[in-house]
Ligand binder design. Structure first.
Ligand code: SAM
Length: 506
């Protein structure tokens, strides 16, 4: 099977490694190749205990694990990649689909085997699954000693003390203002070139299918000064590309702290001096002219053309927008509580292409949402045809307990129908991947080298501004170089070329 950044989550585990070309970094979207990655960082001699931390789910979870490792580095823990050496296992979990939770439960049985020979080993579940299931997890999974929600990581030192003294520990309190802006994440398993920087936490959108508002709480933004400081430090440490992360980055709003929903009560001064996403993006771009800047995820209802104009103004902001559409049917969009019509969505994508003609656009789609008919499905295929996305992430609907759809709607589309519709969507998207990737062939484009190609030791892998994977012979270039590459050929997901020299960004 060829790849064009297409992810079918129902069969993904079978296709793991085959589907994936964008190996190094994820958008907000889950990247199967990094699922379960163990994260390690160089140890401190004074630290006597070993932490094994494994992460699943979206980029925010991987970024959170870097915060957790940073907190525990001052609490006597070095990271290890060997489960059998661990004194503490932390698994950072995802709840977005049922399959994600089943994967974690299987993983817990593996930890259990290790515990048999290392009885002092403690196991903590972090992240969205911890938040969703709370202390029920302690009853359901006997191996678990500690349950910690995404806003409670600063409490880990206390929780670990509890666990050390033989008691189970739980903290799943969601916060109004925690952004971890004051914690310098340690970069785990990094390629030293690309990094994530979280700018918001939580989500206020209440899409009826989505568990995120329940597991990550209300939306709050991080102080722009702490974002700028983190980006500056990354740049000084040799990083060449950062991705600003949030469930809904366009909704970013800093007015001195506090929940987004409370902005209406802010003072006139706070309102006048507030920083929105396009301002933040510009601040980051101006302060770091040699750094590539990406962002994810955009929500169509919140994205403004100001953001696109800011992208057009600054060469170092990459030309890629990840803009989930979820469905092409207005009836289904309404049922999903997506607050736009498909016509409004098309207006936005048409404007993006007008203002930034070279910009790539990618999507998320859910097929088989309750009540979805063949007519609705046909509308989704038409939406794909209209936008001809550069790549996409496609999922079968998975009912999530507690969500509005989970409570009020019957999961009534048969699995076989979901599967068939998903494969039709994937097939069409694949043809568009090829259509878009072919448009780069014949051009010379700047590529940031991220590492060795998976297929050949002799080739580098990097990405162009549009986020398309590019492979080319290594010659004398090295990881982290910005190189101009002549694009000679492609598959649906990968450009093949040869370097013609350094770009002026080095
Ligand atoms: N905040 C982003 C937005 O709504 O635009 C999405 C965040 S979510 C972590 C990533 C993607 O997972 C969504 O865009 C959606 O396509 C998919 N997803 C979320 N809930 C799902 C569910 N219950 N079943 C299947 N896919 C789901």
């Amino acid at each position: 099977m060829s790849s064009c950044h297409i992810f079918d989550y129902n069969s993904i585990f079978a296709f793991q490694n085959i589907l994936l070309q964008r190996i190094t970094k994820m958008e907000k979207t889950i990247d199967e190749n990094v699922q379960g990655t163990t994260l390690v960082v160089e140890g401190k001699e004074v630290n006597k205990r070993n932490l094994y931390i494994e992460s699943y789910g979206c980029a925010m979870n991987f970024a959170d694990s870097e915060i957790v490792a940073s907190i525990l580095a001052t609490e006597g823990f070095n990271t290890t990649q060997t489960l059998e050496d661990a004194d503490l296992v932390l698994v950072n979990t995802c709840s977005i689909r049922d399959k994600a939770e089943q994967t974690i439960r299987k993983r817990l049985t593996e930890y259990n085997k290790v515990k048999k020979t290392r009885p002092h080993l403690k196991v903590g579940v972090l992240g969205c699954m911890a938040e969703r299931l709370k202390d029920k997890l302690l009853d359901e999974e006997k191996i678990v000693d500690m349950v910690v929600g995404p806003d409670a990581y600063k409490d880990l030192p206390n929780l670990i003390k509890e666990v050390d003294s033989g008691r189970d520990a739980v903290n799943v309190i969601l916060s109004k203002d925690e952004t971890y802006g004051d914690i310098a994440p340690v970069r785990l398993n990094t390629n030293g070139v690309t990094a994530f920087v979280s700018i918001t936490r939580g989500c206020d959108n209440m899409c009826t299918f989505c568990v995120v508002p329940f597991t990550r709480g209300r939306e709050r933004s991080r102080d722009p000064q702490s974002i700028l400081a983190e980006v500056k430090e990354l740049s000084e440490n040799g990083f060449k590309e950062i991705t600003l992360l949030g469930q809904n980055v366009d909704s970013y709003l800093w007015y001195g702290g506090g929940l987004k929903k409370n902005f209406v009560n802010a003072s006139d001064m706070q309102k006048a001096t507030a920083t929105n996403f396009s301002k933040l993006l510009e601040m980051v771009a101006l302060a770091n002219p040699k750094l590539r800047i990406r962002f994810s995820t955009s929500n169509p209802q919140d994205m403004t053309l100001d953001v696109i104009r800011t992208m057009a103004k600054h060469k170092n902001i990459c030309n890629h927008v990840h803009l989930p559409v979820q469905s092409g049917s207005n009836r289904i969009l309404k049922e999903m509580n997506r607050l736009h019509t498909i016509e409004e969505y098309f207006e936005l994508t048409d404007e993006i292409r007008k203002i930034l003609p070279g910009c790539s656009i990618s999507q998320d789609i859910i097929t088989g949402f309750p009540t979805e008919t063949e007519e609705d499905h046909a509308a989704t295929l038409r939406a794909l045809e209209h936008v001809k996305y550069d790549f996409g992430y496609m999922y079968s609907y998975s009912e999530r307990p507690g969500t509005m759809a989970g409570r009020k709607m019957e999961d009534d589309v048969p699995e076989a129908t979901k599967k068939r519709r998903l494969s039709e969507i994937i097939a069409l998207q694949r043809s568009h991947c090829l259509y878009r990737t072919e448009k780069h062939v014949g051009k010379i484009q700047e590529v940031l080298i991220e590492g060795t190609s998976k297929k050949s030791e002799n080739e580098w892998m990097g990405r162009n501004s549009q986020s398309t994977v590019v492979v080319f012979p290594k010659e004398h270039y090295k990881v982290g170089d910005f190189v101009n590459v002549q694009m000679n050929d492609c598959t649906s997901a990968t450009l093949k070329g040869v370097a013609v020299g350094y770009s002026d960004n080095n």
